[in-house]
Design a protein around this ligand. Sequence first.
Ligand SMILES: [Zn+2]
Length: 556
Amino acid sequence: MKRLLLFTFALSLFVIHANAQYTQDLITTPEKTQYTQTSMYADVVDFIKTVEANSDLVHVESMGKSLEGKDIPVVVMADPKVSSPKEAKVSGKPVMYIQGNIHSGEVEGKEVLQVMMREILFGDKKHLLDNQIIIFAPIYNTDSNDKLDVEVRRSQEGSPEKTGVRANSQGWDLNRDGIKMETLETNALVTNILMKWDPEILVDLHTTNGTWHGYSLTWAPSYHTSGEKGPYDMTWDKLLPEVTKNVEEKYDVFIGPYGYQNLRDGWPVTAIYTYNHHPRYIVNQMGLRNKIGILSEAFAHERLYQRMNSTHAFVTEILEFTNKHGKEIAAVNDKAERDAINLVKTQAGKVKKGVRFEMVYLEDIPNYRSYEYIPYIETDSSTGYLSAEDMGYASGSDVKLVRGQKIVTLHGIKNYSGFKATVESTLPRGYLIPAELSYIAEHLEKQGAVVKKLTKTVHATGEAFEVTEFNKSRRQFEKHNMVSVEGEYAPVSKTFEAGDYWVDLAQPLANLIFYTLEPQSDDGLVVWNFFDEYFEENGIDNGSVEYPVFKYFELK
Ligand SMILES: [Zn+2]
C-alpha cells in the first residue's frame, strides 16, 4: 500500500513536471503580475513571435492595419501546418475562428487566447488540432488596448488595475459596425477572415456589463432572424447545452444564457431579456452568412483570474465540441447556404421574410442562477433605487431591494431570447441598382456579395417601394442619426441600362443582402444613412420618394 502511494506520488510529480515545460516568454502578463495587469499590444506580438519561432504548426499573418498602423495578428494553428486558405480547403478540415479584445476594456479573451496557444502548441491540448484548423485573433482592437486608464470599466472593480478603452481609434464601437463597415477593423475581419478563411464558427469574447446573475460567463448564439435556421439550431440545441454541461462537470464553473434581469419586475425576477438581434453585431451577422456565431460574456464582477478561468473553460469546451462535430457543423452550414440559394431560385416573389423583429418569449429556463436580492425598509431615501410599487409592494411603502451575497436557483424563469418578425417583405430574385448609386454596389461587394454591371438593357418586373415617411432620429448613435422609413410596395415593371448594377440574389449571402438592402429593414443601409442624400435631393421633405434600389421577381 505504501509503495503504491509512493508510486502514485511519484507519478503525480511526473505529471506536474510534464506540464511545466514552458519557457518564461510563454507566461502571460496577468500570470506574471498576480493578475493585476493586462497584456500590452507589444506583449501579445512578442508572445506570438515566440510561438511562431518554436512551433511547426503555426502560420501567422496580419488581418489588416489599424488607424495607428498596428497589424492585427492572426494565428492559424493546424496539424500539419497550413499557410493559406487554399491549403486549409485541401486539408478538408473545417476552420474555427475566435477573437478577443473587440472591446479593449474586456481583456480576458485576449489573455486566454494566448494561454490556449501555449496549451495547443506545447501543452496538453494538441488533440484539438486533430480534426480542425483553429484561428485566433487575440487582439482585434489593437490601438485602444494600450490607451490604459483606471476605471474604464467600473463593473470590473479594478481587476486588472488598468484597461484600454472600448471604441477603436476612429471612435467607433467595433461591435456595432457589422452593416455600415466604417472601421478598418471590420473591413479587415470581413475581407481577410470571413471571406478568405471562411470559418464555420466565429466566437467573440467579451466581459458583460453588470447584471448580477449567478453565472461566471453567459453566452448567446447568432440570433435567428431572416437567416436559415440550421446553424442556429445546431448552436442552441446541441453545442451550447453540451458545452455548458461539460464546463460545469469538468471545471466546476457555472455558465448560462445571456440576459438582463429587470428588477423593476420585482424579486425574485421571473424573466431575463437578451440583447438586440441586429446584424451590426458580428455574432448576429454570422447567421445571415449561414455560419455559427457565439457570444461569450464573462461575468464583470469576478476578478480577472476568475474571468480568465471561465473564458478558458468555455473556449476549450467549444473547441472540444467542434473537434468532435466539425464535419457535421460544416454540413449544417453548407445546407443553410444551399437552402438560402434554393429559396431564391424557387420562391422569389412568393415568400416573405422578416425585416423588422421584436424580442419575444422563447422558453423557460428550469434552473436559473442569480445573486439574491433582499428587501429592506428604507429610512434614508438617497440609497435605494427601486420604488415599492416597482417591486410589487403597496404604494407608499418604504421597501427597497439590496443585493445579497448568496447565489440562489430560481425556477421557471422566462427567457426572452426569441425574435418574431413585425414587418415582412417579399423575397426577390434579385436587385437592380442605378449606376449613380455605385457606392451602394461597392458596399455590398465589401460585405462579400457578388454584384455585376449590366452589359445590356434589361426589363424587370417586381416591386417598387414608395417612401412616404422618412424618420431621422435626433439622438446620435455611433455618430449616426439613424433613419427608418415607412411606405408601401407596389408591383411595377422597369427598364435598366448597361452600366447599372445587378445583384442576382441566388448567391451564398442572399439573406445578408436582403437584410442590408430592404428599405424597411431595422438594420439595413437605410438605417445607417446610406440613402439620406438621395432622399433629400429627390424631395422627401415635400412628398414621397421611390426607394432607388429596385427589387425584381423576373428579368427579361
Ligand atoms: Zn464587449
